[in-house]
Design a protein around this ligand. Structure first.
Ligand code: CO
Length: 260
């Protein structure tokens, strides 16, 4: 009788593990991953795609064929890779509306060839009207760069953030509350990336050749509320550099085309 009970318990535990494991993932002790993993299993993920495609196509059979004819998104979105900041979902935008690039802590790094390719294609070929730099509070990249621990190969990326934070250290030191200090660091990062975008030769050359440039907007997503906060910086006061044909087109007129 005891053996039967033991067998039953073992079977129940095994069944429970089989049920929980694929849904929750595992908490790897001793690693950097502290939370159980979220998300469907891979096969469930494919099923979700099938359901999504089927429901849209059944409502509008022309939707996907039309989507396949080309893209003309209004926005370029430069965001953080963080899984909690999905550009289309939090703005209720559909496929075809936002051209997206994401990296750790939403950097507009002028030596990142992936980023530069995205920027050039978005500005010169797609002709996006607006560029959004979207940071977010609770950003692991900004938190890592705010700390004093050296993080191996990640430092090659964090170097951009560390130098940006160092420039603003005096202001950050005046803020006592840790959460408020972090939020200000995130805002400083967004502002810094907007300025890097403005100075980027792809933007400057586009303005010089075309007499206009995309508007640059700085935003910070507040995960605790789901809201996008504007990070104010008066981009309109920044001039464009002179370039081929720029003087004929009137640089002063261009100065107002970049705005918040
Ligand atoms: Co982040």
């Amino acid at each position: 009788m005891f053996a039967l009970q033991l067998l039953l318990i073992v079977a129940l535990v095994a069944a429970a593990q089989a049920f929980v494991a694929p849904r929750m993932g595992s908490v790897r002790s001793g690693s950097k991953m502290m939370m159980a993993q979220n998300g469907p299993t891979f096969s469930e993920l494919l099923e979700k795609n099938e359901d999504w495609a089927t429901s849209i196509a059944s409502a509008d059979p022309s939707y996907f064929p039309q989507l396949a004819t080309g893209q003309a998104p209004r926005y370029l979105w430069i965001g953080c890779s963080d899984s909690r900041v999905p550009a289309e979902m939090l703005t209720q935008c559909d496929p075809g509306m936002i051209f997206v690039t994401r990296n750790i802590a939403n950097q507009a790094c002028a030596t990142d060839t992936s980023f530069l390719s995205v920027l050039e294609y978005a500005v010169d070929y797609l002709g996006v009207e607006d560029i959004i730099v979207c940071g977010h509070y609770e950003c692991g990249g900004v938190k890592a760069a705010s700390g004093s621990d050296l993080l191996g190969d990640l430092e090659n990326w964090l170097v951009h953030l560390r130098s940006m934070l160092a420039v603003n250290q005096a202001t950050l030191d005046l803020i006592e509350d840790a959460d408020e200090k972090h939020r200000k660091a995130v805002d400083f990062n967004v502002e810094a990336q907007c300025l890097k975008l403005w100075a980027n030769p792809i933007i400057q050359n586009h303005a010089a050749k075309n007499g206009k440039a995309p508007r640059i907007h700085g935003l910070a997503f507040d995960i605790k509320s789901g809201r996008l906060n504007k990070v104010f910086y008066d981009m309109a006061k920044l001039p464009f550099f002179s370039g081929a044909g720029a003087e004929k087109k009137g640089l002063s007129k261009l100065m107002g085309s970049i705005s918040k």
